[in-house]
Design a protein around this ligand. Sequence first.
Ligand code: ZN
Length: 504
Amino acid sequence: MKVNNPVIKDLLRHYRKISLLSKTKAVLDWDLNVNLPTKAAEGRSHQTAHLAELITDLWLDEKFRNQLDKASLLSSKASKEEQAIVRNLNFAGKYYFNVPKELIVEKEKVASAAFMAWKEAKEKNDFSIFLPHLKELIRLDQMIASHLKFDKNPYDALLDQFEPELTAEKAKIVFDAIKPDLIKLVKRIQKSKNYSSSSAFVDEQILYPKQEQELLLKSIMRRMGYDFAAGRVDVSPHPFTTTLDRHDVRITTMYIDNDFRTSYTSTMHETGHALYEQGINPEYSETPLEGGVSFGIHEALSRFWENMVGKNPAFISFMTPLFQSFYPEQLNALNEWELSRVVNLVKPSFVRIEADEVTYSLHIILRFEIENALFNNEIKPEDLPKVWREKSREYFGIEPKNDSEGVLQDVHWAYGAFGYFPAYALGNLYGAQFLRTMKKDIDFDAELNKGNLLPIKGWLDQNIHRHGSLYSPDELVKLVTGEKLNPKYFINYLTDKYTKLYEL
Ligand code: ZN
């Protein structure tokens, strides 16, 4: 990467320190999730808190901020890469620059107490234990939003933290466009004759040994083109991907004894994140152009591998003999279509993280509508359990038995992470639009049917991965597909797939 501007050269030198410290902190966080002895938790929290403070100080460095202000004025004459460096630094620094440090510290304190209260509330199925903490977190996030200065809707400030330039207005247009079709599709699947027959194939008594699951998923990762010399796979309770260096992108997975699907789908999901990070232009490493564009684009790629590849009937057809060689007694009785339906089982449930491809976006839309109403004072925190039940009935045709399965199910609000969910639903939509474009270059189903995943990785490397965060999400989607985000591709993709699968 060629940078001539001396001010930008200085910014790069300073950012490199932030990048190296952040990755050092990420090593400690990875270790915390994968290896940490129970007694070490307190010491580890001191270590990571100290690193977080050093990173904050680097962002608040006065000379750095002055140079960034200067560079922001120059940037219209600068190269594409130089402009992106300035844009990304301003975006990442916004929180540190505008929100008073006392407020950040206050929120961290309130959030750790809220997390404990949320755990207790969920265990005892008693929303009132969590309510006062939730109110306090909402109040603090409203203050944070006001410091981030958004004139139209305070919720925009929170959305933007997770997906640059996303606003409630934009999200609402997209979600309103897909909601009725999703609800209709769920109802059609529920009424189909194959709906109940697929459920019968899932037997909780059947066990899948961990060793076999591990061998199988490593062979799939190799097939996807994951570089094991530049990463590793371990086990953790919540699977995740972390970038510790451009040559060290690690994933974790989890094994469930009586369900082979969990490690299969979650490994393809996390490997999708990892291929993105491994495929970025090496020159961008340790600069503000490193890493993926946004949560939404990252989720687009991980969910692309999980759903559009891993659960594609053409790929399942290739995988059927493999699955059966690993799990002969468990799966020999199923043919490839039955196996496809087992992997793609649509089942309206109360729980987002267990949701299938069709109902998943409805779970997100429900949360988006509630958060948007909360931050615009259209509903009160005390009304949340009622609102949650009403929307569940409307979208899934079912109502959670209690608040633990309803409004208390996600941990995100207990961390004060409002505005986080919509990026996930956008990921589904971006993914379907990328797939449509990819199919013009690649005979997608034919390659999957032969188990050839490398042409797909190659296409993503060339069109998306290598750019790192050179473009904004909107620019990237336009560059790759020739048009801005268009939700109809996602609906077409789902309708097409599930009409065939369930013979609707
Ligand atoms: Zn993910």
